[in-house]
Design a protein around this ligand. Sequence first.
Ligand SMILES: Nc1ncnc2c1ncn2[C@@H]1O[C@H](COP(=O)(O)OP(=O)(O)OP(=O)(O)O)[C@@H](O)[C@H]1O
Ligand SMILES: [Mg+2]
Ligand SMILES: [Zn+2]
Length: 283
Amino acid sequence: MKSLQQVLNQSVQRITRDDEASKPAPRQCPHCGSLLEPTRVEIFGQVRWGTVTCPCETRAREALEAEKRQRDWLTLCQEFTSRNKLIPNATLGNYRERAGCGNAIKIANNFVDTYTEWKQEQPGLGLYFNGPNGLGKTHLLTGIYKALMSRNISAVFMTTYHMFQRFREVAKVEDYEYERRLLKVLYTCDVLLLDDVGGEVPYDSRAEKLLDVINTRSQKRPIIYSSNFTTQGLEQWMGNQGARIADRILENAITVTLNGESERGLINDRHHDWLAGRVKGIG
Ligand SMILES: Nc1ncnc2c1ncn2[C@@H]1O[C@H](COP(=O)(O)OP(=O)(O)OP(=O)(O)O)[C@@H](O)[C@H]1O
Ligand SMILES: [Mg+2]
Ligand SMILES: [Zn+2]
């Protein structure tokens, strides 16, 4: 007669054999090829086999998730960009060098090409392109915006007018979710490009918004401005808050002055040449 111990041992062996028979084949990690043996888990006396994830599968999944988050973030930045104010075909590559604007294009190229170094050495330091109409300031900002976005650096291009308008819309409809997204974009995009500062004199409440954006980004993330005004001009133009705005801009951006003949003037000269070819005898 078998002892109780022998009976127990036999049944344990049978269970183990049955367990082994139900064990799934090991799977192979699609990344490094290692064989991943399933793990045995016992739940309420029943044996189950769990699949094992390779560390490189976890890393790959996390990388995919991060990539998706970055894509969504870039889409949000695009959503808030004043796309119809970008100059459609303008790039840094097709900005023609000409007298009075040579420094501006060199600096713009350097900013984009060595953005990581700028960020490390001078976090939050931006540029203030200023000069008369038609010298290609919006062209430069468009070029910088496109170059950064093509490198997956989150950039937002907004005319200052458009930014104020968005703040006004938010206040009117009390859409706090929209406001949250607007502020997230303005505060935390890698590079904010604000076109045509001083194009509109803001009421004090809007000037506060601009100051708030500048202060929040200060020493962290740069703003690149374009303006028809020097910072002194801006100070006078912007009314009560002018001095504070100009002061903050000077503290956080390098002024780059453009001068020379307006590109629009040159374009107009070409229109005249064309017209002279059609209409004979005009002086
Ligand atoms: N150096 C340049 N090379 C090529 N195109 C240029 C250059 N400068 C200006 N342009 C073109 O001339 C037009 C006017 O330029 P842009 O709008 O950038 O000027 P701006 O300085 O922003 O003027 P404003 O002060 O009126 O806003 C645009 O179509 C722009 O692409
Ligand atoms: Mg412009
Ligand atoms: Zn692996």
